[in-house]
Design a protein around this ligand. Structure first.
Ligand code: GKR
Ligand code: MG
Length: 436
């Protein structure tokens, strides 16, 4: 079996005006849909970051991919990563602090490989009649839980204005509770993540407290300010939210850098507060994991097949975290159903992944979904592994064509939340870390 064609579809999907410490989401998020076809007519698909650079990186390896056997992934990984070995040897040197996901040059090879690997695994699954999670070693769960991923947001549904604004403006604690109630009613989520680092800390503290009052102690809570707090602020918020973040919750990337997180941890432990610290910013590569462990800076690593180098690398990460006594969760970015299924399959095959995964899926709509049959269904906050080979999804080519048309109309080719913030909220806005 050989890959005979590689097709790239650059698409744009509506994205509401969500806030984070990076700034503001643009009305459109960009994605690339990767399609591979084999000489015997099997098609595999994956979804990755959008815009010019991710597409160009995939174009660069077209010659290496077309003609290869989709089962021979280790050789491809080696070839793509050859020049990245020196980068990977810099512990902590690949931090994501200042870069939106998908824009870290040091992840570029992992991102490119992942997009091909996932489509190849879809092909392998279809060729062998097995779901991807069983191809990569076997599932340890049939259903993968996701969390209600809350964002503070401005009013508006994103896109060209023709998208419904399901959640309205969310810029205080009561509206965040309302947003969460709506999301839980629709998807049944049983864990909650709040994207923080947006409003003054007292408002975010009150939001977490209000969520706890509303949903009770049985629903774990986590907050992720993407490094917007200083060490002192992180420690005092850790103290103030000690009860709310206990019982399966965590504090995600409160401040910049492993040294800062290590200090936060030390000072919280000294006060008898054992809230785990999680990260998808300070730890984005294998090289950073031992340092994070040695400093006790991070107790839970957020994996992501899109930039950790695909599904098998996430499984290796799961194993490494297990060996080091660290927990594993999963990070997300604005995405459609193909990414959701890739995340679901790999999460199903990671024994050490015990937290509900992040997903931005509620922020996208049926109007833009490119999976045949429409939106992926959640039951009780979880996605079930479909009883189908491969990822279990096919493309809707009409929807894909609409996504490509939208992409042609979008005036930018790269996510820039700071620029959006200046355009729509405050012309003088600058990202400052830490801000509080
Ligand atoms: O979508 O604005 C966002 C998030 O802030 C995203 O870019 C982060 O990478 O969700 C992510 C996180 O957990 O840090
Ligand atoms: Mg995060």
């Amino acid at each position: 079996m050989k890959i005979s064609a590689l097709t790239l579809h650059s698409i744009a999907i509506a994205d509401p005006p969500l806030r984070s410490s990076y700034g503001l989401h643009a009305p459109w998020a960009l994605r690339t849909i990767v399609e591979l076809e084999t000489d015997d007519g099997v098609r595999g698909v994956s979804e990755t970051y959008g815009g010019e650079r991710p597409r160009a990186a995939l174009e660069d390896i077209r010659g290496r991919v077309v003609g290869m056997d989709p089962f021979q992934l280790a050789g491809l990984y080696g070839d793509i990563n050859r020049e990245a070995v020196a980068d990977a040897g810099v512990p902590g040197g690949r931090s994501q602090e200042w870069l939106v996901p998908g824009e870290n040059p040091l992840d570029r090879h992992n991102r490119t490989f992942a997009a091909i690997e996932i489509a190849c695994l879809d092909i392998i699954g279809k060729a062998t009649g097995k779901p991807v999670c069983d191809v990569i070693g076997g599932r340890v769960r049939n259903r993968v839980s996701f969390s209600a991923y809350l964002f503070y947001k401005h009013a508006g549904g994103g896109g060209d204005g023709a998208y419904a604004d399901e959640y309205g403006e969310v810029l205080d604690a009561p509206s965040a509770v309302r947003e969460c109630r709506q999301m839980i009613a629709q998807y049944g989520f049983r864990e909650i993540k709040l994207k923080g680092g947006v409003l003054d800390p007292p408002v975010e503290i009150e939001t977490i407290r209000a969520l706890r009052r509303e949903f009770g102690g049985g629903v774990p809570l986590r907050i992720d300010p993407n490094c917007a707090w200083s060490v002192d602020t992180s420690v005092s918020i850790g103290e103030l939210l000690r009860e709310e973040l206990a019982g399966g919750g965590y504090l995600e990337d409160p401040c910049p850098g492993l040294a800062g997180m290590s200090e936060v941890r030390r000072r919280l432990l000294a006060k008898g507060i054992d809230t785990p610290l999680a990260s998808n910013v300070a730890v984005t590569s294998f090289a950073a994991v031992p340092e994070a462990k040695a400093l006790d800076a991070v107790q839970i690593v957020l994996s992501d097949p899109h930039y950790w180098g695909g599904m098998r690398q996430v499984q290796y990460l799961s194993h490494l975290c297990g060996v080091l006594g660290m927990g594993l969760s999963m990070h997300s970015n604005s995405h459609l159903g193909v990414s959701l299924m890739a995340m679901t399959h790999v999460a199903a095959a990671c024994p050490n992944l015990t937290y509900a995964c992040d997903t931005h899926y509620p922020w996208q709509t049926a109007k833009d979904e490119i999976v045949a049959g429409g939106r992926i269904q959640f039951v009780d906050g979880a996605v079930e592994i479909p009883d189908k080979p491969g990822l279990g999804v096919e493309l809707d080519y009409d929807q894909l064509a609409r996504g490509r048309e939208r992409y042609e109309k979008v005036p930018f080719r790269k996510r820039d939340d700071e620029a959006e913030m200046r355009k729509h909220v405050d012309p003088n806005w600058k990202r400052v870390l830490p801000r509080w």
